[in-house]
Design a protein around this ligand. Structure first.
Ligand SMILES: Nc1ncnc2c1ncn2[C@@H]1O[C@H](COP(=O)(O)OP(=O)(O)OP(=O)(O)O)[C@@H](O)[C@H]1O
Length: 364
């Protein structure tokens, strides 16, 4: 468990951060300049807090009161950067062994063969980094960090330099790490698709502070946090289970407490637990049950709140069997529908708008 309570001034920017990161993946999410990398750097020992304390599993890495400030190499942390920073003159095996050899034999907790297997780099061991793809390089960089048997793995936008195909390829490997190695991961990202796929706990950063922290589903469905989760990203995250696939029509059926959702066919198997991102702009509301329409998801719902969002938009939160669902409608539509809290309506969601990126497999 990482525990951190620090203050640091850098230029005009004041950081005052308190957070804890336990098992699984803790995602630091926030706008550019909100202080995510600075947090990672303070944990890693690359930036010094003005005051405060940082500990991992009770071992103090930094404490301004008692004057403790361990050097980065004494902290036993793994650090994966945006760029891979592999040694070009060493093979993949050499790079991986470099990580392992930094740790005395008695303190090694991570098995070389397991890392090679989980990251799928067995066939690359004799290659030099220059002959690897971007995604492969990043897998080796993750392996090198893991083999140093870190007490926590820090990942700062590890996918940011990859194209979307490489990114999609690497995500399952990162997702597997927390389960396979029982090493907490602190993961910096400003990409919601990554966060949705990976995070157990979400830490929302805003202007050098933690604005909110907690389970991802809970924070993403909190209308009060919408300015931080992003206007474009406005929407709910619904936990569901894959109930079946209809390959002839290219759709999958998901069940959740509010009913059944049809989505574009997902590659997750039947029975898999998934998270579905339902964007507020992709949901429509009908007061009467609509008949003979192309929209496949028509879910009975109740209005729980109606809030103006700027001059021409209105945010409506619905409860669909207890699951919150956000809808963004125009002020003109609201003028005609007069939606009010407590009204019974129907939520209309096109199956097509929930494509692969919105349906993410989760480990639990
Ligand atoms: N060494 C420094 N000296 C002065 N100001 C700094 C320094 N490092 C970062 N800052 C400022 O601190 C703030 C937080 O920066 P940080 O890199 O932690 O943000 P971030 O959330 O990781 O952003 P991004 O998503 O763009 O990487 C920014 O305003 C940045 O300009």
């Amino acid at each position: 468990m990482l525990e951190l309570s620090v203050r640091r001034r850098q230029g005009d920017f004041q950081m005052d951060v308190k957070l804890a990161a336990g098992p699984g993946v803790t995602a630091l999410y926030g706008r550019s300049g909100s202080g995510k990398t600075s947090v990672i750097n303070m944990v890693a020992g690359l930036a010094r807090p003005d005051s405060g304390r940082i500990s991992v599993d009770g071992r103090v890495l930094f404490d301004s009161e008692s004057g403790i400030d361990l050097a980065p190499e004494q902290r036993r942390l793994g650090y994966v950067f945006q760029d891979h920073r592999l040694f070009p003159h060493l093979s993949v095996r050499g790079n991986l062994e470099f990580g392992r050899n930094r740790v005395p034999v008695a303190e090694r907790t991570v098995d070389f063969h397991q890392v090679v297997e989980v990251l799928g780099v067995g066939h690359l061991l004799d290659r030099r980094p220059s002959l690897l793809s971007g995604g492969e390089k990043q897998r080796v960089a993750i392996g090198r960090a893991l083999l140093a048997s870190p007490r926590i793995l820090l990942m700062d936008e590890p996918l940011a330099s990859l194209d979307s195909a490489r990114k999609a390829e690497l995500l399952p490997f990162i997702s597997a790490l927390a389960g396979e190695f029982a090493i907490p991961i602190l993961y910096v990202s400003h990409a919601m698709d990554e966060v949705l796929r990976l995070a157990d706990t979400l830490v929302l950063m805003d202007q050098g502070r933690v604005a909110a922290a907690g389970p991802l589903e809970q924070l993403m469905s909190d209308p009060g946090l919408r300015p931080l989760t992003g206007r474009y990203e406005a929407g709910a995250v619904v936990s569901a289970v894959v109930a079946g696939h209809d390959t002839a029509y290219g759709v999958s059926r998901l069940t959740f407490p509010g009913g059944t959702l049809l989505v574009s066919q997902t590659d997750q198997p039947v029975g898999a637990k998934v998270r579905v991102r339902i964007h507020a702009r992709d949901v429509a509301i009908s007061i009467e049950p609509p008949e003979r329409i192309s929209v496949r998801n028509v879910l009975p719902a109740m209005v729980t709140s109606v809030t103006p969002a700027g001059s021409f938009l209105v945010d409506v939160v619905l409860s669909v069997g207890g699951t919150p669902l956000w809808v963004q409608i125009t002020a003109l539509a609201q003028a005609q529908l007069s939606l009010k809290s407590g009204m019974r309506v129907h939520a209309l969601i096109k199956a097509l708008t929930m494509a692969r990126g919105d349906v993410a497999g989760v480990r639990r």
